[in-house]
Write a protein that binds this ligand. Structure first.
Ligand SMILES: [Zn+2]
Length: 100
């Protein structure tokens, strides 16, 4: 019988998995030349990470969300997920109606 992991355990493992993969990526990035990093940024800036098409920035209640012009994917910058989760329910409903 397998015990269902508690929410805390799942949260812990998700965070550990992210940290493990982030460390590996940071190792790769350190080896990358500054010029190469700059080139990658220019190449990918405001392009959808899933389909590569242009992202359009939508500003709603000071939360700047990037929405894909093609696949409708929605992307948040650092800190914006926290800002979204801080909205009250009515604000949250409006937020989702803007980006769906
Ligand atoms: Zn896309």
């Amino acid at each position: 019988m397998t015990k269902k992991p508690s929410e805390k355990e799942e949260e812990y493992f998700a965070r550990m998995e992210f940290e493990r993969r982030k460390d590996a990526e940071e190792g790769k990035q350190k080896k990358m030349a500054e010029g190469e990093r700059k080139k990658l940024k220019e190449l990918h800036f405001m392009c959808c990470p899933k389909c590569g098409m242009q992202l359009i920035e939508v500003d709603y209640k000071k939360i700047k969300v990037d929405k894909c012009s093609h696949c409708q994917g929605v992307w948040l910058d650092a800190g914006e997920l926290e800002a979204v989760s801080g909205l009250e329910q009515s604000g949250l409903d409006k937020f989702f109606s803007v980006f769906k």
